[in-house]
Ligand binder design. Structure first.
Ligand SMILES: CC(C)(COP(=O)(O)OP(=O)(O)OC[C@H]1O[C@@H](n2cnc3c(N)ncnc32)[C@H](O)[C@@H]1OP(=O)(O)O)[C@@H](O)C(=O)NCCC(=O)NCCS
Length: 228
């Protein structure tokens, strides 16, 4: 059973997705992408977690009890994130998931499959944090570029991508059969380049530990040691 977060202490924590997260990710995915839900049955998420090309990150609000635990260095080191988090485990079930992103690495390209934040938590830089985390993870895996598709009428998401340096690389006419909308193909090149890294690092600094946000974003330094 999910508990509502305590507003005074709530933090938005990013970590790799685990099997225990699947029910909540499924709900967010279907809320945010209702037209695509036919293509994302429940069993796909478990398959994705086993797919070595796929990498998923979740944004969550840990319970107060868990946040207290995570603030203790020993527990932080041993519980967050670690291989112990794979499979059912009580820690992740205490987390209220509010967003996720997933991407595939194919040769030198990272292709973002989905990025979603549940409606009540939007406009709090959580989408931005997820996008930056995906780009950073892709760069660490030696990807050179990041690509994605977005609906032509989804101007909010397009604005987020443009803000991070993505440009329009092409279109797929009438790609979305429910509305006949075009898919806009967006790309960010050369994520290994110094200019790009400097720009993204500045955006990450603006996103992290920003106490003016309702849910300041926390991305553990050692997040990348676990599989995401
Ligand atoms: C797109 C989405 C992930 C953005 O998440 P979010 O946490 O609300 O976004 P952020 O607060 O991090 O916003 C980052 C930037 O994105 C842009 N942006 C996000 N939502 C926007 C909106 N509704 N209108 C205009 N710009 C928007 C802004 O440039 C914003 O920067 P700013 O706050 O400095 O203006 C979220 O709206 C969502 O889940 N939508 C449904 C699923 C979806 O469309 N995913 C993208 C598919 S390609």
């Amino acid at each position: 059973m999910l508990q509502s977060p305590n507003m005074a202490t709530a933090r938005c924590l990013f970590r790799p997705m685990t099997e225990a997260d699947i029910p909540q990710v499924y709900t967010i995915d279907h809320e945010c992408f209702p037209a695509e839900s036919l293509f994302r049955p429940y069993s796909n998420y478990a398959r994705e977690l086993r797919n070595s090309m796929a990498h998923y990150i979740v944004a969550c609000i840990p319970s107060e009890r868990r946040m207290r635990q995570l603030e203790q260095p020993w527990l932080k080191k041993h519980l967050l994130p670690s291989p112990h988090l794979h499979g059912p485990n009580e820690c992740t079930q205490e987390d209220l998931l509010i967003g996720f992103t997933g991407f595939w690495i194919i040769l030198d390209e990272a292709h973002i499959i989905a990025i979603a934040v549940t409606e009540p938590f939007r406009r709090q830089r959580i989408g931005q944090g997820l996008l930056l985390s995906a780009i950073e993870k892709a760069a660490r895996m030696h990807a050179r570029m990041v690509t994605l598709e977005v609906r032509e009428k989804n101007l909010g998401a397009q604005s987020m991508y443009t803000k991070h340096g993505f440009y329009v690389a092409g279109r797929r006419p009438h790609y979305y059969t429910d509305t006949q909308e075009d898919a806009v193909l967006m790309t960010i090149d050369n994520i290994q380049g110094g200019d790009c890294k400097t720009r993204l690092a500045a955006m990450k600094a603006e996103t992290l530990h920003n106490d003016s946000l309702a849910y300041p974003v926390v991305i553990p330094d050692d997040m990348w040691e676990a599989r995401a």
